[in-house]
Unconditional design. Structure first.
Ligand SMILES: Nc1nc2c(ncn2[C@@H]2O[C@H](COP(=O)(O)OP(=O)(O)OP(=O)(O)O)[C@@H](O)[C@H]2O)c(=O)[nH]1
Ligand SMILES: [Mg+2]
Length: 477
């Protein structure tokens, strides 16, 4: 059985996450006042956390080799990397500084800084072509950690800080010490409890017969199962001979194809944000933009354009000799039209959203001023009495229509940025936030529980390298 990565979305989800975080941020900006302060604080905190994680680059998959001193972490690191970068040795403990191998050329520095890997201990696989680049591992960061049970307390601190941040934990054990409860009781148990994928690497199998190797692997599997870790596979390998290293590398390829824990955390944060938001939104509300043409027509008429066009038409028709000076715009009509618009635009939304739309839409005084300004900038056609009696009627009608159209165009131009666009923005913010609540509802109630495989078979790796006979020390082909 392979370690389970099913609960991680594919990498393509990354840009989607970025977009969602951006939408959440801009929607919060637009709809600030529509959301109660306490909810807003939580949402801002979620956006900040997401930002921090996205900034670190969530396309990386971080895998750590951890375990007791002498279990062979550094040797295995070198076997996987293909070059002797990590220092392995007989002195105990050997490793005190974390080494990282990075497959891929994207920016990984921020993430490595965050993980506390010093610049001298970073190996870029792209810089070591002699070892042969493996494209299937692009995006992998492999870490060689110090021993967790060190006599050096600093080593333990480093391990404690890094393990929770990794996507996959490779717990390396020595067959001579595997039965020690302490090897899996702490870190592996914590990883298992929090849904962090992990895998136990039974190293040094070149020192066992095939039979003993399998027996130890099965026994170790049983010990893990006794502690409730039924999903943790055991893989027998030999870092020294290379036996089983290909199978382990295939597991790493699987992990790389999966989304990183950071991406998972962002997604979980967004789901949580959605749940929080549900309290500030109305279920199933779908804001609709009111009829713009109707508003334009009413305001144009309120500005006196229709009356003026009618008088002009009367001149063309020969029923009047001049067009009276325009009367000032009627503010109370603007007021009423504006409120009708806000009511229609906030239909079905919580009352706070009506207030926000009301604040986003320009006040009636400003609307009146801007409409009048736009109308006074028009070069109105001068009406003349039509020469032919027969044509007067149709000419007058056309003249009137043209004038009204001119006026409406100007009014539309004036109210679009003052009324229509702000309403659309608030509606969009509502829809963006509502989309998050939909996602949260789709996830079901409660915290995200990563689905685990229900495979009841023994989690001992499906096709591990068979532990070697004493005589057989060559690498598995
Ligand atoms: N026979 C055998 N020896 C191994 C194997 N893996 C590692 N060793 C040896 O075990 C010793 C310890 O290996 P390291 O890789 O330094 O172990 P480590 O887990 O990194 O140890 P610390 O850095 O102290 O935590 C070295 O002498 C290695 O050559 C293996 O699979 N088979
Ligand atoms: Mg080491």
């Amino acid at each position: 059985m392979s370690v389970s990565f099913e609960h991680l979305d594919p990498r393509d989800g990354t840009s989607l996450l970025r977009e969602r975080v951006e939408r959440l941020r801009s929607s919060l900006d637009w709809a600030r006042e529509a959301i109660p302060a306490s909810i807003r604080t939580d949402l801002h905190a979620a956006v900040e956390r997401c930002d921090e994680r996205l900034h670190l680059g969530i396309d990386w998959t971080v895998v750590a080799l951890a375990g007791g001193t002498g279990s062979g972490k550094s040797t295995l690191f070198n076997a996987l990397v293909g070059v002797p970068f990590a220092v392995s040795g007989v002195a105990r403990p050997t490793t005190s500084q974390v080494s990282a191998a990075v497959w891929g050329s994207d920016q990984s520095d921020a993430l490595l800084d965050w993980l506390g890997v010093s610049p001298q201990r970073r190996l870029r696989r792209a810089d070591s072509p002699e070892a042969g680049e493996d494209p299937a591992l692009t995006g992998l960061i492999l870490l060689d950690l110090p021993d967790h049970d060190s006599i050096n307390p600093r080593n333990r601190e480093v391990v404690d800080a890094i393990i929770p941040m990794v996507d996959l934990l490779l717990w390396v054990v020595d067959p001579q010490k595997y039965a020690d409860h302490a090897i899996h009781a702490g870190y592996l148990q914590a990883a298992s409890d929090s849904g962090q994928p992990s895998l136990v690497v039974l190293n040094h199998v070149d020192r066992l017969t095939t039979e003993d190797g399998w027996a130890v692997a099965r026994d170790l599997q049983r010990l893990l199962a006794d502690d409730g870790m039924v999903d943790v596979p055991v893989m027998p390998v030999s870092a020294r001979t290379g036996q089983g290293v290909d199978v382990l590398r295939a597991e790493l390829e699987g992990a790389v194809q999966a989304r990183s824990v950071a991406a998972d955390a962002v997604a979980a944060d967004l789901v949580e944000a959605g749940r929080t938001l549900e309290r500030a939104l109305a279920r199933d509300a779908d804001p609709v933009l009111p009829d713009v043409a109707e508003l334009v027509a009413s305001l144009t008429a309120a500005a006196g354009v229709d009356a003026r066009a009618e008088s002009a038409a009367a001149v063309v028709a020969g029923r009047a000799s001049s067009v009276p000076a325009p009367s000032p715009m009627r503010r109370e009509i603007v007021d009423r039209e504006r409120l009708d618009w806000i009511d229609a635009a906030s239909e079905g939304l919580p009352v706070t959203w009506r207030i926000v739309i009301g604040e986003a839409v320009a006040p009636a005084t400003m609307l009146t001023d801007e409409i009048q300004k736009a109308l006074s900038a028009i070069e109105w056609p001068v009406p003349h009495r039509a020469p032919s009696f027969l044509r007067r009627r149709s000419r007058a009608g056309a003249f009137q229509k043209d004038m009204v159209a001119l006026g409406r165009d100007a009014v539309r131009g004036a109210i679009t940025p003052l009324v229509v666009q702000p309403t659309e923005l608030i509606h969009q913010a509502y829809r963006n936030l509502d989309e998050l609540t939909e996602i949260a509802r789709a996830e079901g109630p409660g915290p995200l529980a990563p689905p685990r495989g229900d495979d009841a078979r023994s989690p001992v790796a499906d096709s591990p390298a068979a532990p070697a006979d004493d005589e057989e020390t060559g690498a598995r082909s």
